[in-house]
Structures are given as structure tokens and as C-alpha cells.
Design a protein around this ligand. Sequence first.
Ligand SMILES: [Zn+2]
Length: 472
Amino acid sequence: MKFLGFTSTGVVHLLTIYTGAAIYQNGVSQNTFQEIKEEIAHYKDVAKAIINLAVYGEAQNRSYERLSLLVDTVGPRLSGSKNLEKAIQIMYQNLQDDRLENVHLEPVKIPHWERGEESAMMLEPRLHKMAILGLGSSIGTPHEGITAEVLVVTSFDELRRRASEARGKIVVYNQPYVNYSKSVQYRVSGAVEAAKVGALASLIRSVTSFSIYSPHTGIQKYQDGVPKIPTACITVEDAEMVARMASRGSRVVVQLKMGAKNYPDVDSFNTVAEIIGRKYPEQVVLVSGHLDSWDVGQGAMDDGGGAFISWEALSLIKDLGLRPKRTLRLVLWTAEEQGGIGAFQYYQQHKANISNYSLVMESDLGTFLPSGLQFTGSEKARAIMKEVMKLLQPINVTQLFTAGEGTDISFWIQAGVPGASLLDDLYKYFSFHHSRGDTMTVMDPEQMNVAAAVWAVVSYVIADREEMLPRN
Ligand SMILES: [Zn+2]
């Protein structure tokens, strides 16, 4: 692994800019907000140093180069696959080569599903080979496939109204794209709802607002007591065409073949590295992204970018010779795509320590040019975060939005820990999300530099302030 060495000129100066007295008493801040503002403003030079290194200095394009080397070498990293195992081993080595501290792997049992061979052929009203991607955890079809007439619906409500027409058919969902979190319910629960009304299989319009005939996969979930039926996503183009054909009264017949299989859970790991805090080493600011991906494309954007700017944040801070008061912990989650499996097990194993987590951060919505951070926390914490964002004025990323989120930090946020996530161009993100198009070609090294700078400045300042972020 390439290591960029940096001289530590100026670093001693940076470290001595702020030396706060102990100002926490009985867990309540003794500082006025004016004092907190001044404390944060003192980080202006440190923030500039991080930005200069990441965006204009020796570290520019490093996260992009590191990421491209991994994803070109390993490829996609599906939960349970040899590729994911290999990626974890490589990252374990990379983080040690980067001379980060406490580099280790934490064991996790994760699902193992493989899609196998799959195809869908429209037989009536005309022959047409449809692009599909089976959905994660779906069962396969019998070897000869499932051949049936389709019933097209645009919503679960319509499916229930037309329940009597669904028996023995393949349900095609042509739901409109509202936004990801609303529309994704069709991918997650489409098979269960179709099975409840007697359908043999379900095909779901890909959850995206833009398409060049690319299916987008993702996880789906069966329900106990409801028959399991095979399910796949189809393209926006095919969903709309099938809907037009049906609305003209044409009988549409599709033959679906899927070789998908679920195997027993396998051993995997969350990958962890730290810069250990110099004053409150037991207290933590966590930065994270997930290392696993779907099995198509390269998982470069989802979530290679998030994982690698999180690594980059620690690299930048280390290269400047900085050591924050509390520990900066990098976690590369495993099996996020299967429902945050690695993150949930991490939470179970570490929640006893929850009072020591100042801030949890996750980047899993792309690492394009950031528009700001999404944040969930108390009003007091939000006011502090707004001050921290002012330090990012030189790269013009100062906005603090609501609703910090991410599958992998949601457990902590729900338990009251302040959480932050990186926000950028969601239209672009969901255009490539979970598709064959998620490759290095959609990534931009300069945008990753800026994203990494944001990640490093925020995590460093929160880790180094005298007080933890206040909770409700
Ligand atoms: Zn993701």
C-alpha cells in the first residue's frame, strides 16, 4: 500500500492552539455558548491545514486512488462471498500499513445468498428479453422457470383491490418513484404482499428516478407464515411498457428463471482502526462506511466511497501529526446491504459503553460534492455542530441539515447518540445505486477530496473539543 509521508512542520503549533481547562461538572457544561463558539473558532487553522492537505496538498486524490485499487482488484463484495472476505483481509493489511492504531477485526455472522443464473423472457404479446436482477434473499424458481400471465399494479392498495385477479400470476409493480425511502417498500415487501394474494412471483420496477435500461437490485424480506415466492427487479422501461400493454388490454405472459439460493450464514468481520485519544481515550467519535456491496458493478459508490473517505479522515489527521483528545474510531461495516447485520452486532457488543460515544458518523449516500451534513441530536448539539460547519467555509460546505441517518448508525441514534451523515447529489446516487453502473466511472477524485476533508474536520474537532456533544 502506498504511504504518503508528511513532514510535521507546523503540527506542534496546531496542537497547542487550544488547551481547554476541565469544564465538565456532573455531566453539565459549565461553558456559555459564547465560550463554546470561541473554542470551536480556535480550530480554524487546524481545519485549514486538513483542507489544504486533502484538497490541494499531497493527499489529494488519495482516497480515490486507494478505492480504485481495491475495487479493481477485488470487484463487488456481496455478503457471504469470497470477494468480501478478500476485501476485508486487504483492508486489515492496508490499515496496518497506514500505521493506524488498534487495527483489528470483530467477528460477525452474515447471510450468504447467491443469485445464480437468471433470466426473464416476455412471451406474449411479443418476444422480448427483459433485463432483471434477482433481489437479495429471494428464492429461485424451479429449473424450468415460472411461466405466467402478469398482473400490473401501481401500488399495494391497487394490489389489494384486485386481489382476486392475482392468483396464479406474476405481479408486476409499476410504482412511481416518489423518493427512495417511500418507494423502496415495494422492493422490500413486494414479494410478501404478492404472495399473500396468491401470486407465483413478483417483478418490481427498479427504485430509481433515472434509467438507461438498468435493473437495480437490493434486499427483500420474506415474512413468517407467508409463502416465499421468487422476486426480481426489472427496469423502469420494462415496467412502464408492460403497464402500457396491460392498459391496452393485451395479455402479457412472462417466463421467469432464477437460480438464486440461500446458504448457511458465514463468518465475517467489521474492520476497525483508531487514532487513540490523548486525554479521554475511552471516549469515541466513530466514522464509518460499509465494505460490502451488491454483486453487480464494483460497489465503488455504495459504499466504497463512504468507507474510503472514512479511512482517509484518519489518514489525514495522522499525517498532520494530530491526536485528538478522544479516540477517533474507523469502522468498516460488513453486510450492511443485508440490513445492517455487522452494525447491529457491533451495537450489541459495544452498547454497554454508549455513554462514551460523542458522535457516530456514516457516509453511505455517495461521496460526490457534499452539500453538507445531515444531523440528528439535541438542539444544543445542533448549535455546536453548526459552529463546527463554519470551519468548512474554505470549501463552501457549511450546511447542517436535519435527519442524520444511515442503516449502520441508526441503532446508536435511536438510543440518543448524536449522529451525522454526509449529504450530496442524491439524484446521481440513486441513478447508479445497486446497479451494474456502480463503478469507479461515477466517482470523482476531486469530489472525494472535498468529502474526505469535511469528514476529517468534523470528526477531528468533535473528538478534540473539551466536552462531548450534549444529549437530550
Ligand atoms: Zn450502502
